[in-house]
Write a protein that binds this ligand. Structure first.
Ligand code: ATP
Ligand code: MG
Length: 905
């Protein structure tokens, strides 16, 4: 039997033999493409080639692309585990022609590989072609239909035409697209899973599992414009995608992708740690959990390796959702402790050879996954209970729907992504009021929303062929003469007439010394001027090979073709210092913490620098000091900074550090520090792939100080630091504050620390005394409690007395509960108060309610997590402490619900 590894190589070798260049997969987290959260097809990395923005380095390519389909146009999350062939993460094998061969070869070679090399019986295969689309004005693809019977032995009756939904491929709302021809396989009548569906007829694209798509041949000919129009591209491309997991299942003669050597190691290990057996049945809860876990952990390993981290927005939230989903499915197998991180080595073991990056980053990935599992685990069990209560309630309701409020509380307090709640609801045949949920989400977002930067002029850019800007001057000049080639405004690229004066535009010049934002370094600001006109550049960015100077005409007017002088702002000098210091910082961190420290991101601006890197824990004061000292020593040594453009392999041989996951061309620029007078890069102590601007000699950095070290997500630390003038300003300000304090406190500066220490101590004591004095007296608490009783809700004869007290002592609150029990006779009481950030919750039940199944201890135990705490006690009286006073009201609401539920049932 062929292994998956062999099958992947056979695909690549087959096309290599046909003069295709092997191109490694691009990272699953697309760098520099905000229009896409995750790579979802092999073509993503070639998008700019299809758009004509850059020219390809080779006419034909072959690859195996890491894909994640969990968001946007392609989202298969819901399918995972329910069928045998849709995954969130999968490998897409592809062959590519960049204006070289076209439909005939693509079809012929796919056929040759499937039926000759891999020996799949030809009569199991079917082909589909595009039937045309009236609305888009597209004709049927008669050419592809004709070719199938001409260049392969496929009989005409097995070539069928379908409409846009199936046979016109688009990666997203905009971008390159075109008609496609798909190859499907007939897995035999017993694989149909829709026999019970009335009117179902087994055939290609009828939705059942008997026919599945193996390979899609896309003929990229158009670009979908943001306004919906299809614009023809100047050249024709072939873009194919075949799912490795599906091909492997067919060639290994397995009924399911999960039965292949791409998933079984994970499933076996999961079976080992849970003691459950995998029996490969669809629709079986336990088996489904095995499949979902095996699927999701692969996505997590690849996405986190390529730089995604769980968070509450964008990519991070998608990753968090996947992880929490997998964690919840773990509960189905009895896994209550973190376990996903233990699966990381299993995946690294069988995929680490094809994708070396997961091997390199395994430790980081495990740290991130484990810490996320731990934090979710804390609330998961409690959330599952809350879900149970909500589900029970909605079962009784007319429309069998979990309310939007419940779904939102689960999301907000317990971190249950909506799709998780929906999934659990579906398992109980319940619906979720998603409209209400969305409304509540939107309200919350509205509250949190901060002004967002708009990038509007760039939105119109997808279909334009932009000119190339010569921009090497950025490395040696701060000003130069140039010529206006055109500009970009909301309508796209223009090259004739006057530059608009009212709106922001992007000026395009034939050459420039402005640095366009890249590699963490901000784009330059500055001025573009003629004798009587001035344009202020606010930001510089690069689109493909074109540098765009974004800004506004401030004075006079400009005209396409006009000669101008361009001047970079003085900020450039400060940016250079910060950039070189960032390289020194990376080196010093590796010296201090070890080579496993890897860059996760950076910001290099004129005012400060920021460096994010992988490291599992906070740096100690000594480590920070050592890092600072190492950097300062180098600055004092005043070593030279040099750079060279080298072939990528050579640069790697010399040990130059590349940014993880970044895609580089065949030639790279290497920036070296300390190469000596003969500029031998191999002698430099710091060598990085870098396109940024740097100082010539370290001395001009003029000092270095770390002002902050923090965690930005599990396993990732961030250092913020200052150099040059920014550092001077900071020190100046700090010493001003010290002088001022010394005057205020009337002590010499050297005694300041002691004096302030004394003040803090005195203050603490005073406030303790004050608090004691002002703490509500016993009679205050009693009167508040009586108020609560007067206004409380009743069910039958029982009072539900739930509410807040202003600060009280625990003794007083207990006395109040005793009083309330006596007065109300039958009562469920929950009182909460906040004492300087410390939450106390007390509950009491009268005996008749205990007989009805209520318990003070249970109530307290259930609501304590809401205030980040814990507690319990007897059925009559119980107590909890917590750390989150902001959530007291939520906890009390929850207490009321629990009590009512019991009393009503
Ligand atoms: P399907 O209709 O089966 O969902 P698709 O039309 O979405 O497939 P394409 O976008 O054409 O698929 O992707 C190309 C190939 O990638 C498919 O032919 C299939 O082999 C594979 N593929 C697509 N989606 C998945 C997935 N979720 N899991 C595994 N393989 C996939
Ligand atoms: Mg699909």
């Amino acid at each position: 039997m062929r292994s998956a590894k062999q099958i992947r190589s056979e695909f690549i070798d087959f096309f290599r033999d046909k003069s295709h260049e092997f191109v490694p997969s691009s990272p699953i987290v697309p760098i520099g493409d905000e229009s896409l959260l995750f790579a979802n097809a092999g073509m993503n990395q070639f998008k700019d080639i299809f758009l004509g923005l850059v020219s390809p380095e080779y006419p034909r390519a072959v690859n195996s692309q890491k894909c994640l389909r969990v968001s946007g146009k392609h989202n298969d999350l819901e399918q995972v585990g329910r069928d045998t062939y849709h995954h969130t993460f999968f490998e897409m094998l592809g062959n590519w022609s960049f204006d070289d061969y076209f439909k005939a070869e693509a079809i012929e070679w796919a056929w040759e590989l499937l039926t000759k090399v891999w020996q799949i019986e030809p009569d199991r295969l079917w082909a589909t072609v595009f039937a045309g689309d009236k609305a888009d004005g597209l004709p049927p693809d008669g050419e592809a239909a004709g070719l199938w019977t001409k260049v392969t032995s496929m009989p005409a009756e097995r070539v069928i035409a379908f409409g846009k939904k199936d046979n016109f491929w688009e990666m997203g709302e905009t971008g390159p697209c075109g008609p496609c021809s798909e190859i499907h396989i007939d897995l035999g009548p017993d694989r149909c899973d829709m026999q019970d569906v009335p009117g179902h007829e087994c055939r290609v694209n009828a939705g059942c599992a008997r026919y599945i798509e193996l390979w899609n041949l896309v003929f990229i000919q158009y670009n979908r414009h943001p306004d919906g129009r299809l614009l023809p591209l100047s050249a024709k491309y072939v873009d194919t995608g075949a799912g490795l997991e599906r091909i492997v299942a067919v060639l290994q003669n397995k009924k399911s992708n999960y039965d292949t050597d791409l998933f079984m190691p994970i499933i076996d290990y999961t079976a080992e740690i849970t003691g459950h057996k995998y029996t490969a049945r669809l629709g079986n809860k336990t088996d489904n959990a095995f499949r979902v876990i095996a699927d999701h952990i692969r996505s997590l390993v690849f996405a986190i390796t390529d730089g995604a981290t769980p968070s509450n927005e964008g990519r991070g939230y998608v990753i968090r959702r996947i992880l929490r989903r997998a964690s919840r499915f773990g509960r189905e197998l009895g896994l209550h402790e973190p376990f996903l991180y233990k699966l990381v080595p299993v995946i690294v073991n069988y995929l680490g050879e094809a994708f070396g990056e997961i091997k390199e980053r395994a430790e980081h990935v495990s740290t991130v996954i484990e810490s996320e599992e731990v934090s979710f685990g804390r609330t998961l069990d409690r959330g599952l209970e809350i879900f149970g209560t909500a589900a029970k309630r909605s079962k009784k309701s007319k429309d069998k729907t979990i309310s939007g409020e419940d779904a939102f509380q689960l999301y907000d307090t317990y971190g249950f992504p909506l799709d998780l709640t929906e999934l659990m609801a579906a398992e109980r045949n319940l619906k979720v009021d998603t409209a209400k949920f969305t409304e509540l989400m939107e309200q919350q977002r509205e509250r949190a929303r901060s002004a967002q930067k708009s990038d509007s002029i760039m939105a119109a850019l997808t279909d334009t062929e932009l000119p190339v800007t010569a921009d090497v001057h950025k490395y040696h000049a701060d000003s130069c003469d140039s010529k206006i080639v055109g500009w970009i405004d909301k309508g796209g690229f223009r090259s004739k007439g006057f530059v608009p004066t009212d709106d922001e535009v992007g000026l395009i010049l034939d050459k420039t010394c402005f640095y366009a934002e890249a590699g963490g370094q901000v784009g330059d600001c500055g001025i573009i001027e003629s004798e009587d006109a001035r344009f202020i550049v606010k930001e510089t960015i690069k689109v493909a090979n074109c540098v765009v100077h974004q800004g506004k005409v401030a004075e006079g007017s400009f005209d396409a073709g006009q000669n101008v002088r361009i001047i970079v702002s003085k900020d450039r000098a400060a940016i250079k210092k910060n950039h070189t210091a960032t390289h020194l910082l990376q080196w010093a961190l590796q010296e201090t913490l070890g080579k496993s420290v890897a860059q996760q991101g950076s910001y290099v601006g004129p005012d400060y620098l920021r460096f994010d890197f992988t490291y599992p824990k906070a740096l100690t004061a000594e480590q920070l000091k050592q890092v600072e000292e190492l950097v300062r020593e180098k600055i004092i040594e005043d070593l030279p900074v040099t750079w060279a453009v080298l072939p990528k392999d050579k640069a790697q041989q010399l040990g130059a550090m590349a940014l993880f996951g970044e895609k580089y061309g065949s030639e790279v620029r290497v920036v070296a520090v300390g190469a000596g007078s003969d500029a031998r890069i191999e002698d430099a102590f710091s060598k990085e792939f870098c396109g940024g601007t740097h100082v010539d000699k370290l001395g001009s950095i003029g000092g270095f100080k770390i002002i902050k070290e923090e965690s930005i997500s599990a396993g990732v630390r961030r250092i913020t630091a200052l150099t040059g003038q920014g550092l001077n300003d900071y020190l100046e300000k700090a010493s001003g504050i010290v002088d001022e304090l010394s005057v205020m406190l009337k002590v010499p500066t050297e005694d300041l620390v002691e004096r302030v220490g004394q003040l803090i101590k005195d203050n603490k004591e005073l406030s303790k005394k004050l608090k004691k004095a002002s703490r509500a007296s016993g009679s205050d608490v009693m009167s508040q409690a009586r108020d609560l009783l007067e206004n409380c809700e009743k069910i039958g004869d029982s009072s539900i007395i739930v509410g807040r007290l202003s600060t009280a002592s625990i003794e007083h609150a207990r006395e109040a509960i005793d009083m309330l029990k006596k007065k109300a006779k039958s009562a469920a009481i929950v009182l909460g108060f906040d004492d300087d950030g410390k939450v106390t919750i007390l509950a009491g039940m009268t005996n008749d309610l205990i007989e009805k199944g209520l318990s003070a201890g249970e109530v307290v135990k259930n609501i304590a997590p809401i205030v980040d705490g814990g507690g319990g006690g007897r059925p009559q009286m119980a107590q909890a402490g917590g750390k989150n006073p902001g959530k007291i009201d939520d906890a009390l609401i929850q207490a009321t619900e629990i009590i009512k539920e019991k009393l009503n049932s």
